[in-house]
Write a protein that binds this ligand. Sequence first.
Ligand SMILES: [Zn+2]
Length: 300
Amino acid sequence: MRIFIRIILGIVSLAVLALGIFLVPPHLQTQGIEPDLPNEQALRDLMAEEDGPIAVRYVLSASQDVRGRQLAHTTFLVEWANGNLFAIDAGMDENGAAEFADLMRGISGGGDAQFFGTLGKQLGPELQRVKGIGFTHLHIDHTQGITAFCADRGTGTDLLQSNDQRDEHNFNTVEGAELVAKSCLSRGALGGREILTNDAFPGLGLIPLGGHTPGSTLFAVGLKDHLWLFSGDTTNTKTDLVNNRGKGFLYSGVFVPENTGRTEDLRLWLTGLDTNADVDVVVSHDLEALLATGMPKFGE
Ligand SMILES: [Zn+2]
């Protein structure tokens, strides 16, 4: 019996050791990505852009009840007076949403996915107005919908993406990175340093963040009277953001290798900005907090 217990302990130790070794490179990688952040005035300068965006609306592609709250899969559409739209994240198609809901159920419980339609389905002919797209990060729940998007849209959409997001991947961003790389998108040019911009989309800024994934990016949208900051999955809920709560060891250490020092810095930075009456930080998956901002839904 004793020898049996020893063998089991030996196998468990080896498995833990192997997992540890597997996780070292992605942690070292993400620890090394901490780009400088812009100050508040630089963000507010986006609001002063001539011909800046005139509206932001959301599209809900799917949601899942997880312990009484709605885990939402959202796309945000930025609109300009010339009719152009820019999409932030692509959501998922119906199969993707069902598979992701299964995965979530395995990790933390939760109900079936509710699916409301791909971007093509929900936008109809307006899909042709989407001239640009960007991803808060390359996890599959933000990127998988790009395949359906391309099938409906064809060419003509520019991808705005930081170099880190294009080049730095780990075991749970490679799949999304591949989908994006082989998609219908062509990469648009970006200028600037802390805030990356593209002339075709004045008032829109990309701020490389790191933290959650190596390529995590904040999208800042400067309307004339309101600054929207799309923080992706830096936190999973708005409450965690404003209360400076991390995601716990299993999530940040094992499932999603995060730079936790960085995500804490980002929580504090974003909470500070969010205290302004004319600034809203929007957390990708938090439907309740999104609805509380009063952002209109596309088509309503
Ligand atoms: Zn996500």
